[in-house]
Design a protein around this ligand. Structure first.
Ligand SMILES: [Zn+2]
Length: 236
């Protein structure tokens, strides 16, 4: 169950339109209340049992892993889109905590199989949308929120996901202080100096035009198992 499913369920249960529910929850979250608490609060106001509303973070992680393991090219394309979205402004912008959770997810998955079929762009778009939904939901339950954004690790964060939550919190806090964690080497640099989410050192070692090569390096991984042997390309 993602945040959207949860809000939809609440809308159905209360008879309040989804948009109204979403606005209400957004307002509560902007004041520092967690997603689940906000939903439960509204449920309570309407005399609905709040235990009905639950998000299982480990299930979200499992579904994400499954998508990211499906196919190499697809995972790279998703990474590229998310990378562009976190740099975007306005409505298109992916919240940085969700992006950091995605980076953590990438570092958890073993190498995905090399592409055997080519996905249609619609398929990739659907998967990307789903990943965004999963990641925004995940950070909303793993992390503790305040009006300033991520404020720590949620009390009920599962033990197995605490490291992920801590990493998201740490990177978000750094970003609030104007610092960025390079998606390739993990060095902490001034956010004004990054190029396509990387430090200048990593950026200059990668061909600007090769989007695959760029996002192959996310989470500092050597994805030689994917079939792209970087050692060969770099040894010259
Ligand atoms: Zn770097």
């Amino acid at each position: 169950m993602t945040a959207r499913d949860l809000l939809q369920r609440l809308a159905n249960d209360t008879g309040i339109p989804y948009q109204t529910i979403a606005r209400k929850v957004n307002r509560m979250m902007a004041k520092g209340m967690g997603l689940l608490d906000s939903v439960k609060n509204i449920a309570k106001e309407h005399g609905i049992k709040e235990t009905k509303y639950r998000i299982d973070a480990t299930k979200i992680v499992r579904e994400t892993e499954k998508i990211l393991r499906e196919d190499y090219t697809q995972t790279l394309m998703i990474s590229a889109v998310l990378g562009q979205m976190v740099e975007a402004r306005g409505r298109e912008r992916l919240p940085p905590p969700a992006f950091f959770a995605f980076i953590e997810m990438l570092s958890r998955i073993p190498d995905a199989p090399r592409d055997t079929k080519s996905e249609s762009s619609t398929e990739i778009e659907d998967r990307t949308t789903r990943i965004i939904e999963l990641m925004t939901t995940l950070v909303s339950v793993l992390c503790e929120w305040s009006e300033k954004g991520v404020a720590g690790v949620a009390d009920d964060c599962p033990e197995s996901l605490r490291d992920m939550a801590k990493a998201v919190f740490r990177k978000t806090k750094l970003l609030q202080g104007g610092l960025w964690t390079c998606i390739s080497c993990g060095d902490i640099v001034d956010v004004k100096e990054i190029i396509a989410l990387m430090c200048t050192k990593c950026d200059s070692s990668i061909s600007r035009s090769d989007i695959h090569q760029r996002f192959d390096q996310m989470a500092g991984r050597d994805r030689t198992g994917y079939g792209r042997t970087f050692s060969e390309e770099r040894d010259d």
